[in-house]
Write a protein that binds this ligand. Structure first.
Ligand SMILES: Cc1ncc(COP(=O)(O)O)c(C=O)c1O
Length: 441
């Protein structure tokens, strides 16, 4: 039996019992279940870095507005499919105030989390043109979106951006786009899992190619304004959340309330289509959906079929949070800055103990400190590192799982409270002591 911070026999047994042949390929939820079991059996608390759940209290502005809406009786009514008017108006203003682009309220539609917004878009985007049957992910990416493609039985392809930053991105993207089969390009910015942020130059390249090849850009802003290297918290004043929307009209934005307002439980987000895309007519959609306008099909065909609208009360919550932010009464960025501060401390602990940050720069600038960071340990594959860290009471997910070509892990800071920093540091020190020979490989 090895002497590790967590009872090694239990860890070994639980991995065996989990039935996971290759732990490096386990999904986030499978790792969650495995760690829950180890914790239960040993009574030891892990430093849990596998799942991106908000670790902060939900915005009280949202909670109060939702309670008030429930008291008024909205629970009894089906919401309109395209959303509550007040929410659509505030979303449009929010986009103007914090991204500095114009999208009409009509084109801003609530969805059951951005998960649903993306799903609906994927269902329509691959029916717009028979020649274009494949989506392109700029990876690493959020693994659940790939899962959505599996469920839909749709084709997708991807590449790891690591070696294709800056100017190199253009040729790489064109190598896919010139085949003529790509209907959309998907990425998150800031990026889950690496916290890489695309530069203005890269967004321009993506926008120009979207115009040239007529593809739809699905810009996932789950971590809206959370690149804390710049302060984007003042409504109507630069700097703004960077976006491809400055360079093309072929876009949809996914704006989630989950992380930025710590509102994940209520499953509320906005799918914001450019006005041009909302009204764009694709004759081939008619065949499949009996209507040809993109926005109409999203709302009155797909969202209708999926959930017939999004939670009525949560729409009032998001409307209130947007309104308060628009009026400068709610600094939502300040509330989530804690993640950046935690990341800074935690990254240092890993680096001091022989780890490396895998995705470490945005071309010429160190990557920011935020919700996620990426780690590797010399001489270890992703799967080996993931498994080994379990013996030290630390959990994460592999980068391979996110479409990365690199060996390493994604670490999420949100669930690690500052009170656990002592444990984390001690466990990492032990890890270093026990693995100093492999770090010399
Ligand atoms: C990049 C990305 N997109 C979408 C989501 C899901 O957002 P929502 O909770 O609004 O469905 C997440 C959550 O982790 C994410 O990281």
């Amino acid at each position: 039996m090895r002497n590790t911070p967590i009872n090694s026999e239990v860890v070994k047994l639980k991995i065996k019992e989990s039935g996971l042949n290759d732990i490096g390929k386990a999904t986030i939820r499978e790792i969650v279940a495995l760690v829950n079991q180890i914790q239960e059996e040993t009574g030891d608390k892990f430093v849990r870095m596998e799942m991106g759940v908000p670790g902060l209290q939900p915005s009280q502005i949202g909670v109060e507005a939702e309670i008030e809406a429930l008291r008024k009786g909205v629970a009894a009514d089906y919401p309109m499919l395209d959303g509550v008017k007040e929410l659509k108006q505030e979303a449009s203003k929010f986009i103007k105030n914090f991204i500095n682009i114009d999208i009409k309220p009509e084109s801003c539609v609530p969805t059951v989390g951005s998960m649903q917004g993306g799903y609906a878009v994927f269902m329509v985007a691959n029916k717009c043109n028979k020649q274009k049957d494949t989506a392109l992910f700029i990876d690493p990416g959020f693994p659940v979106q790939k899962q959505q493609f599996k469920v839909l039985g749709q084709k997708h392809t991807s590449f790891d951006i690591y070696n294709f930053r800056g100017d190199k991105l253009r040729d790489k993207l064109e190598s896919f786009l010139k085949k003529g089969n790509i209907h959309s390009i998907i990425y998150s910015n800031p990026n889950n899992p690496t916290w890489v942020c695309l530069t203005e130059q890269e967004l321009k390249i993506i926008g120009e190619l979207a115009n040239k090849y007529d593809v739809l850009i699905v810009e996932d802003l789950a971590y809206f304004a959370m690149d804390f290297r710049t302060d984007m918290s003042v409504p109507g004043k630069p700097p703004y959340q960077p976006t491809v929307a400055k360079y093309t009209d072929n876009y949809v934005l996914l704006i989630s309330s989950s992380k930025v307002f710590s509102y994940a439980g209520q499953r509320m987000a906005m799918l914001c289509m450019s006005d041009k895309i909302y009204h764009r007519k694709y004759p081939e959609l008619e065949e499949h959906y009996g209507a040809d306008e993109f926005g109409y099909v999203i709302v009155l065909r797909v969202l209708y079929a999926l959930t017939s609208g999004a939670s009525h009360s949560a729409q009032y919550a998001l409307a209130a949070m947007f309104k308060a932010a628009n009026e400068g009464k709610f600094n939502f960025v300040k509330d989530v800055k804690e993640y950046g501060e935690r990341a800074k401390i935690m990254k240092k602990m890993f680096i001091d103990n022989g780890f490396f940050i895998v995705y470490d720069t945005d071309i010429d600038k160190p990557v920011g400190d935020g919700f996620y960071f990426t780690i590797s340990y010399p001489g270890m594959t992703s799967g080996e590192l993931l498994e080994e860290l379990l013996y030290y009471g630390i959990s994460a997910i592999t980068l391979d799982n996110c479409g990365s070509d690199k060996q390493g892990l994604r670490a999420c800071v949100s669930q690690t409270q500052r009170t656990q920093f002592g444990d984390l540091e001690n466990r990492l020190k032990r890890f270093k002591e026990d693995h100093s020979s492999s770090s010399e490989l």
